[in-house]
Design a protein around this ligand. Structure first.
Ligand SMILES: [Zn+2]
Length: 477
């Protein structure tokens, strides 16, 4: 792993304090209600400490270690009022609370480590009332993680029909995703939180919203509509619509930027999202003509006209990339040709900070056609090209390969250089000239990424590879 955990004694001390408070409090607590209060308070303390440690690590690291995702940890947990009856607790992910005359409705429950605090601050901002519904935009940990902190006797948990299956596979592969995420974001804790209220999973919805139906209910004078909108951040996405106020709670449907190209592909390796589902979901949202969008990351977006034109642009951009990929497949082009050729026309340009067009092309290709690219017999067998790299290195000579790679780097053909260097370093993993050339190629790719799309995942990956390479070089000196 690229970095080792730093000793942080105050954390141990505070965690111990929180634990003592929890155990002592539970022991002394006479009623169920008091026990719950103590549990929530202890969870808030422990969560606070954990977040502070992660925030300090993301700040303390070099620029190479931090990055786009580290910014989210710095967002203060505070409550703001977005409309007469709409409150939001900010954080890595936001939690929304809608008040009615007959109880409160909660939309998204945030990161488990921040949820106890978000819950307390929201409860302090509104009159005391039962939580009648917790509506979950999808099963990602940062949107559903705080659910156990909110659910009371009689609270309905509303989720998409696909929620249980999405939660199941995310839980089954939890360690796999965590390892990948932590490789990209080394400030994250070493392992996922797996104890008590902080652990991922275990949410059992009491109401499932089925495609394509809308769940409509009225409570205390407020009308609610829950719309299935799969395709953006998973098969189980849904949005909440307040028709009378024309406010759309979008969860993570739009990702962290608006408008943006969606993340059809995730670097941590989730299932590919279905592009046609995403387009259909956007059609549904366009028809609503929202006046305000409240995403569960970042700030609300206001203004009917701007929202409408941005929604249309996003739909058309994805439609364009989808149709161009299909046309290219039918014309017999390779996936690599299409990754290079398909670019958004000027009028459809949207930011690719979150999702990247060329990766969407590859994802759409593989979504429809799976992994067999019909190019080579070797694709069918468990013997990758890497198996014979060291033999090629022995034949060509590691020095010669490194020199040739350096010529490619000089001409900014960095990926060609990386191909050659994979062979060279298979022959000699400690070859300093080859490692230095790899560093130069990666740094130039990062510079180009920063100067063009600024895709956060591309930059995070390149920074990770740069860290590994720098370490390898210093180990050889
Ligand atoms: Zn999210």
């Amino acid at each position: 792993m690229p970095d080792s955990p730093r000793p942080f004694r105050p954390r141990n001390l505070l965690l111990a304090g929180a634990l003592v408070l929890l155990v002592g409090g539970l022991f002394l607590a006479s009623s169920e209600q008091t026990r719950r209060k103590v549990e929530l308070r202890a969870a808030e303390l422990a969560g606070d400490v954990a977040i502070r440690v992660v925030a300090a690590r993301s700040e303390g690291g070099t620029e190479q270690e931090a990055g786009h995702s580290a910014d989210f940890i710095q967002i203060p947990i505070e409550v703001r009022k977005l409309a007469d009856n709409v409150y939001q607790a900010r954080g890595v992910a936001n939690t929304q609370l809608i008040t009615t005359a007959n109880g409160h409705v909660v939309f998204d429950t945030g990161l488990s480590l921040q949820a106890a605090k978000q819950r307390r601050l929201l409860a302090e901002a509104v009159p005391e009332a039962p939580i009648t519904h917790v509506i979950l935009s999808h099963s990602h940990q940062d949107h559903a993680g705080g659910t156990p902190f909110w659910v009371e006797e009689g609270t309905e948990i509303v989720a998409h029909r696909e929620y249980p299956e999405e939660q199941r596979y995310l839980k089954d592969l939890e360690d796999y995703f965590w390892f990948r995420n932590r490789t990209l974001f080394p400030f994250m804790p070493e392992t996922p939180p797996k104890i008590g209220l902080f652990a991922y999973g275990g949410v059992v919805p009491t109401i499932l919203v089925d495609q394509p139906e809308i769940l409509r209910f009225e409570q205390g004078g407020v009308r609610f509509e829950v719309l299935p909108t799969p395709g953006a951040e998973g098969a189980d996405n849904l949005c909440l619509w307040l028709p009378d106020q024309k406010i759309l709670f979008s969860g993570d449907f739009f990702g962290p930027n608006f408008p943006q190209f969606p993340n059809v592909f995730t670097m941590r390796g989730e299932k590919v999202r279905k592009p046609i589902e995403y387009i259909a979901s956007l059609e549904r949202l366009i028809a609503l003509e929202p006046e305000m969008i409240v995403p569960s990351h970042q700030d609300p977006i206001v203004g009917r006209q701007k929202i409408l034109s941005d929604l249309i642009k996003m739909r058309d951009a994805v439609r364009y990339v989808h149709d161009a990929t299909i046309a290219g497949m039918n014309a017999g082009k390779t996936v690599h040709q299409l990754m290079k050729e398909i670019v958004l026309p000027k009028e459809l340009e949207v930011t690719q900070i979150h999702g990247r067009v060329s990766w969407a092309v590859k994802s759409i290709w593989e979504y429809y056609s799976t992994w067999f690219h019909f190019e080579s017999t070797t694709e069918l067998y468990p013997v990758p090209a890497s198996v014979v790299r060291s033999e090629i290195a022995a034949l060509a000579g590691v020095d010669a390969l490194a020199r040739k790679a350096a010529i490619h780097v000089d001409a900014r053909r960095n990926v060609e250089a990386l191909h050659l260097l994979e062979i060279a370093l298979a022959g000699d993993p400690t070859h300093v000239a080859a490692l230095e050339t790899r560093l130069a190629a990666l740094e130039d790719l990062l510079e180009q990424a920063e100067a063009t799309f600024q895709n956060s995942y591309e930059m995070d990956w390149l920074k990770y590879r740069i860290r590994v390479t720098v370490e390898a070089i210093s180990g050889e000196r």
